[in-house]
Structure formats: C-alpha cells, structure tokens
Design a binder for this molecule. Sequence first.
Ligand code: F6R
Length: 259
Amino acid sequence: MKILIHQTRATATDCAAALIADRLTRQPDTVLGLATGGTMESVYANLIARHQVGGVSFARATSFNLDEYVGLQADHPCSYWHYMREKLFDHVDMDPHRAFLPKGDAADAEAEAARYEAAILAAGDIGLQLLGLGLNGHIGFNEPTSSLASLTRIKTLTQSTRDANARYFERTDDVPRLAITIGIGTILRAQEVVLLAYGAEKAGVVAQMIEGAVSAACPATALQMHRKVTVVLDEDAASDLALRNYYEQVHPRVSDPSI
Ligand code: F6R
C-alpha cells in the first residue's frame, strides 16, 4: 500500500482528485469505480472545478458506482443515482449512457446484482476504483463479516452504517435496510484503488485497515491483498498509525500551502 499523509483534508482531497484526473488524461476510456458519501463530495467538487478549466474530461470514460439502496428509485432524492447527478454527472461531460449504478428499484434485486456484476466484467473490470471508508471498516456496503471474495450482491446494512447515513434522510428509520453493493472480490479485481479518508473519527479504522490482520471483521483490510492501492489521508486520520514515521519517510508529508 502507498500511504500518502497530507497536512489537511483540503490537500488530501486535491490529491485524490488529481489521481483520478491523471488517470483519465493518460487513459481517457478508463472504467472508473465511483463512491458516494460525505468524503466524496469534495472530491467531486474538485473534479468539477478541474473540468471547468479544461483540466479533465470524462467524455470517453465509463463509470460503475459501488452501491445503491434497495427499494429507492433513481429519482428518489436519497438515491445514489440522485447523489451522483447532483454532485458530479450533471456538471461534467460524462456520457449518461456509460454511467452505471445498480438499479435499487429492480423487481428482482438479486438478479439485478448478478446483472451488474456481469456488466462490470463485460466492461473489462474497473480500471481505477475510488473508495471511502466506513467507520466499521466497510468498503462499498461490504459490511463486517462480508466474504473477502464476494461479488455484487445484496447486503443488510448494519445499524452503525444506517446511523451514519441518516443525515441524508428525514429520519433514521427511513434509511433502507438493504443495499446492492459490488463485492470485495469485485473491488480486488480493479487495476488500481484510491482510498480517501480524513478526520479523527476514522483514525482507528484507518490503522486497522493498513496495519491490522486481514479479516472479514474489517473488510477494508482486504485491500492489503491488492497490488496497487493508494491510501490518501489527512493528519487526523493518520494519527493512530504505528508506522507513521516510516510512511512519511517513504512519501514525505504534504504540507498545505494555504496554512
Ligand atoms: C458509498 C460507500 C461507502 C462510503 C463510506 C464512507 O458509496 O460505498 O463505503 O464510502 O460509508 O462514507 P463517508 O464518506 O460519508 O464517511
């Protein structure tokens, strides 16, 4: 794993966005794996700003999002399709016919999960997978005890994940109990992975992901088995790392020039 520690979340975010922009510049027809959640909002805002000054184009890219809530139609204000349109797709030159999310309102959610996995395979698998990190160690909606070889399927969300995502809904009870998520095995097939985490509340799970034993109890530890993972952190999220000095020796900490 390549561990990049930034002084602030602003430069960490910029770094994650730059990794995506660079990949699209080198390979405009990249298959992107995209995430939602609070962490990604500033990454997408950064990519929109780059796009507006001609710094990045999505015109030839394909994208597959990690997950979608079961039962929500695409136009539901809390669906991840709605999030992606609002936070990214409507503001860049992404071809909407090549931007995919699982269909949360499919009549047969299991069949939809299998179809989505097959679509990722047919696209040649994900080139660059962007990930956030759940407080309980989930990636996508692969909750603790998910098989480390899992493919796209339905997962029951933990109460901690439903609580964390309640801010997007009127009431916690409105957060769906089930989601379709691409699997850990699907993520591990990606050519490269970029995971962004910031904030002190993620410090413990970040340390577990990077330095803990590989275990389904913390699904993100599966990334230790991947050949090309870049973990981008701010100082707060890096604060529990036992080998932090070593990571900073290999890749010196990036200062924020605005401070
Ligand atoms: C979202 C997703 C999740 C989030 C994770 C972190 O598509 O797959 O794994 O990345 O829950 O969420 P935030 O960024 O809100 O802390």
